[in-house]
Design a protein around this ligand. Structure first.
Ligand SMILES: [Ca+2]
Length: 505
C-alpha cells in the first residue's frame, strides 16, 4: 500500500474514531449529567429540627434526672447520635431564643428581646436560604414570637405552614394551616407529630427541611391522657440549694432570695396555683408524652428508608430551674436555666459521639445551612457551624460564650443580666442591681454556691471577663438597654396582694 492510500485509511480511521469518541463523549456526558443530577439530589441531606419548650438539659433518663422519668427515644438520639453535652442558649427565654435559632443573630441584633417584642419585618430566617438551595421546607408547631400581634399566619421561608397563636393549648387546639383556620380534637404533641409524619411522607423530588416546634413541655404542663398522673406517687428530689438557709444565700445577690416569694419562686410559685412536687411531676409526665412522639417520628423515618440520608436534631429553646437557689423557671444565667439538651441523630450519616465544645443557639442556623451545602455563609450568622464537630473533624472552636437577658414588665423578678462563661468560669454582670455581681468556678463549684466576686485572687480574672463581655457587646452593637411601651402587665410589680407574706422593710 502506497503512502497516499495509507494516509486516506489513516484519515478515515481517525474520523471513525473521532465520531466514536465524540459519540461516546456525548453519550457519557448526557448519562453523566443525569447521574450527577441524581446523585446531587441524593447528596442533599434531609434535615429535621425538633424544638421543644423549656426542656432543661438533664431532664432525660440517660442523665439520671430522677428515679422514675424514662425517655428512651431521647436517650437513643443522644447515645446513638451526637450528644452536645455543653449546649447553651444566649438568652434563656422563649421568643428571644427562638428568634436567635431562626436568624442566627443575638437577641440585641434581631430585636426580639422578650416574649412581647414585635418582630421586625426585615428579618431573614435561615429556611429562606434553604429554599434557595432547593429544599422543600415546613414549619409545624409553636412559633411564639411577636406575641403582641398574636396571629398565627404563615411566615417567610416555609412552603408548608401549620401553627397556632402564642403559647397555644395542650388539648383541642386551633391551627392556622397555610392561612386557614382548622380546629382539631386531641392532644397537641400527638397532633403535631401526625402532621410532621404526613408531611415527611409526601412525594417530592427535592430534599426536605422540617422545623417541628413542640408546645410541650411549657408550663402549665399537661400530659397526654395516658400519661396523666403516672408519677403521682413518686418521690420528687429537691436540690440542695432549694432550702431557705443562710448558707444557700451567702454571697448571692438579694434579688435571688426575694424571688423565692414570687410567681417564679418556690415559696409562692404561680401564685399558689401549683405546689412544687405536683409541678415537677406534671413536667415529667408531659415529657413522657413528648418522648413517645419523638419515638413515633424516628420510627416512621426509619420505616420509610429515610434514615440513611436524614439528620434529625433535637433541642430545647431554653433551660428550666426546678428549685435551684429557690427559683422556678428560667431567664437568669444559672446553669439549669442556660443549658439545653442538643442531640443530632443520623444513623446513616453520623457516628455516635459526645461533643464537649460549648455550642449555642446562634450556631443552629449556620450549621443547618452548612449541612445543606451553602457556599457562602450569610453575614447575619454570628455563630459557627458545628457540622465538623458532628463528624469528628478538628476545628478551632470558641473559648467563651456570652449571655444577655433584658428585664421584662410581665415578670419583673429577674433583673437585666449579661454574662460570659468559659469552660471553667462564669461571670454574671447585672444592670440595675447594686449589691453584687457573681463569679463562679464551675469546675470546683458546679452548683454555683460560692460567689468568688470579692475574692482578691480572682480580681484579674473578673476584669478580663468583664472586658471580654463588653468587647462582645460593643462589637455586636449591643451597648444599649431596649425599652418597650406597655400595656402588658404594666402594674405587675410586687405588692401586698401579689406576693404572699411579703413584708416591706
Ligand atoms: Ca421556652
Amino acid at each position: 500500500m502506497n503512502k497516499k492510500y495509507l494516509n486516506i485509511f489513516a484519515l478515515i480511521a481517525v474520523g471513525i474514531m473521532a465520531v466514536a469518541i465524540s459519540g461516546f463523549v456525548i453519550l457519557s456526558h448526557d448519562g453523566g449529567k443525569k447521574d450527577s443530577q441524581q446523585s446531587k439530589v441524593q447528596e442533599k441531606k434531609n434535615i429535621v429540627f425538633i424544638l421543644s419548650d423549656d426542656h432543661r438539659y438533664d431532664a432525660v433518663s440517660f442523665m439520671h434526672f430522677n428515679s422514675f422519668l424514662k425517655t428512651p427515644n431521647l436517650d437513643k438520639m443522644a447515645t446513638e447520635g451526637v450528644n452536645f453535652k455543653n449546649a447553651f442558649v444566649s438568652t434563656s427565654l422563649c421568643s428571644p431564643s427562638r428568634a436567635t435559632i431562626l436568624t442566627g443573630m443575638y437577641a440585641h441584633q434581631h430585636g426580639v428581646v422578650d416574649n412581647m417584642s414585635p418582630v421586625r419585618s426585615n428579618l431573614t430566617y435561615f429556611p429562606q436560604y434553604l429554599q434557595k438551595l432547593g429544599y422543600e421546607t415546613a414549619f409545624i408547631g409553636k412559633w411564639h414570637m411577636g406575641e403582641m400581634k398574636g396571629d398565627a399566619s404563615p411566615r417567610k421561608g416555609f412552603d408548608k405552614w401549620i401553627s397556632f397563636k402564642g403559647q397555644g393549648v395542650y388539648y383541642n387546639p386551633e391551627f392556622n394551616i397555610d392561612g386557614k383556620k382548622v380546629k382539631r380534637k386531641g392532644y397537641i404533641t400527638d397532633i403535631l407529630t401526625d402532621y410532621a409524619i404526613n408531611w415527611i411522607n409526601k412525594k417530592r423530588d427535592k430534599p426536605f427541611f422540617l422545623y417541628l416546634s413542640h408546645k410541650a413541655i411549657h408550663a402549665l404542663f399537661r400530659p397526654a391522657r395516658q400519661d396523666s398522673n403516672k408519677f403521682e406517687n413518686e418521690k420528687v428530689p429537691h436540690p440542695a440549694s432549694m432550702a431557705d438557709t443562710p448558707e444557700n444565700y451567702k454571697g448571692k445577690p438579694r434579688w435571688v432570695k426575694l424571688q423565692r416569694n414570687s410567681w417564679h419562686g418556690v415559696d409562692y410559685m404561680y401564685y399558689g396555683e401549683y405546689d412544687f412536687d405536683s409541678f415537677y411531676k406534671r413536667y415529667c409526665e408531659t415529657l413522657l408524652s413528648l418522648d413517645r412522639n419523638i419515638g413515633r417520628l424516628l420510627d416512621d423515618i426509619k420505616k420509610k428508608g429515610l434514615e440513611k440520608n436524614t439528620i434529625i436534631f433535637y433541642m430545647g429553646d431554653n433551660g428550666f430551674v426546678f428549685g435551684e437557689h429557690g427559683l422556678i423557671d428560667k431567664r437568669h444565667m444559672y446553669e439549669e436555666s442556660i443549658r439545653v439538651p442538643l442531640f443530632a441523630y443520623a444513623p446513616g450519616l453520623i457516628k455516635p459521639r459526645v461533643v464537649t465544645q460549648m455550642i449555642q443557639n446562634i450556631d443552629i442556623a449556620p450549621t443547618i445551612l452548612d449541612i445543606a451545602g451553602i457556599k457562602k455563609m450569610p453575614k447575619q450568622m454570628v455563630g459557627m457551624s458545628f457540622y465538623p464537630l458532628m463528624k469528628g473533624e478538628p476545628v478551632k472552636w470558641r473559648k467563651e460564650i456570652f449571655y444577655e437577658y433584658y428585664w421584662e414588665r410581665a415578670f419583673p423578678q429577674t433583673p437585666t443580666t449579661f454574662g460570659v462563661r468559659t469552660d471553667r468560669y462564669k461571670y454574671i454582670f447585672y444592670h440595675g442591681v447594686w449589691d453584687t455581681n457573681e463569679l463562679y468556678d464551675l469546675q470546683n463549684d458546679p452548683h454555683e454556691m460560692h460567689n468568688l466576686i470579692n475574692d482578691k485572687k480572682y480580681a484579674g480574672l473578673v476584669n478580663k471577663l468583664e472586658d471580654d463581655l463588653f468587647n462582645w457587646l460593643d462589637s455586636t452593637k449591643g451597648m444599649y438597654i431596649p425599652l418597650r411601651r406597655g400595656p402588658d402587665y404594666i402594674k405587675n410589680k410586687r405588692g401586698p396582694k401579689k406576693e404572699c407574706k411579703f413584708l416591706y422593710p
